[in-house]
Design a protein around this ligand. Structure first.
Ligand SMILES: O=C(CO)[C@@H](O)[C@H](O)COP(=O)(O)O
Ligand SMILES: [Fe+2]
Length: 216
């Protein structure tokens, strides 16, 4: 069984209120929020005014995924939202260890995120200090892309790294997670599934979340 963190990027932005009510009613464990700056990734999503409105209404722990340069500049504002998890990209952080420390000092859990082409070995010297590793299974910037199959090899490699260290880091996978890919990810030992289009474009999103949570 894996936790489920639906990605709000695929929600109907004209009806965010009812989308968040759906998440609140559902069995979703967390809510995943994708922040994009048009620099680190070739797309712009939403920023703090939207995050603040969502945080006021959502009762689920917030799992914020920053796809921006200099995420360290936004640690305090993210903590003020009451976010549970702040995910920063390894590729965006010049001083990753310091950023992880600052996220912890601000009272949040720290997630480190890997692009599809970034090897798990980049985490060897930080794995014991992080609460979660977010493996991107698509190139970040857009929802609705095809799952990259090499993700399963990466998950297995990361599982071995975690087992061989004192780390208790969770493994989260993000991108192209649906009925065709989620069972294999759960089998591979993924702890948290992020799913955008598959959940929000479903005719019965609450049931879809339930089904993802039931996978063994
Ligand atoms: O971070 C991202 C994309 O960069 C994701 O969180 C997407 O929002 C996932 O969308 P789907 O692939 O599930 O539609
Ligand atoms: Fe994401």
């Amino acid at each position: 069984m894996a936790l489920v963190s639906p990605s709000l990027l695929a929600a109907d932005f004209l009806h965010l209120d009812s989308e968040i009510e759906m998440i609140n009613r559902s069995e979703a464990d967390w809510l995943h929020l994708d922040v994009m700056d048009g620099v680190f990734v070739p797309n712009i999503s939403f920023g703090f005014p939207v995050l603040e409105a969502v945080a006021q209404r959502c009762i689920k722990p917030l799992d914020v995924h920053f796809m921006i340069v200099h995420p360290e500049q936004y640690i305090d504002r993210t903590a003020k939202l009451g976010a549970m998890m702040m995910n920063v990209h390894v590729e965006a952080c010049r001083h990753l260890h310091r950023t992880v420390q600052e996220i912890h000092n601000a009272g949040m859990k720290a997630g480190v995120t890997l692009n599809p082409s970034t090897p798990v070995s980049m985490l060897e010297d930080i794995i014991e200090d992080v609460d979660m590793v977010l493996i991107m299974s698509v190139n970040p910037g857009f929802g609705g892309q095809d799952f990259i199959e090499n993700t399963l090899t990466k998950v297995a490699r990361l599982r071995r790294m975690i087992a061989g260290s004192g780390s208790k880091a969770l493994i989260e996978v993000d991108g192209g997670v649906h009925a065709g890919t989620a069972p294999r990810l759960v089998q591979a030992g993924v702890d948290v599934l992020v799913s955008g289009s598959y959940v929000f474009r479903s005719a019965t999103p609450e049931h879809t979340i339930h089904e993802l949570r039931e996978l063994k």
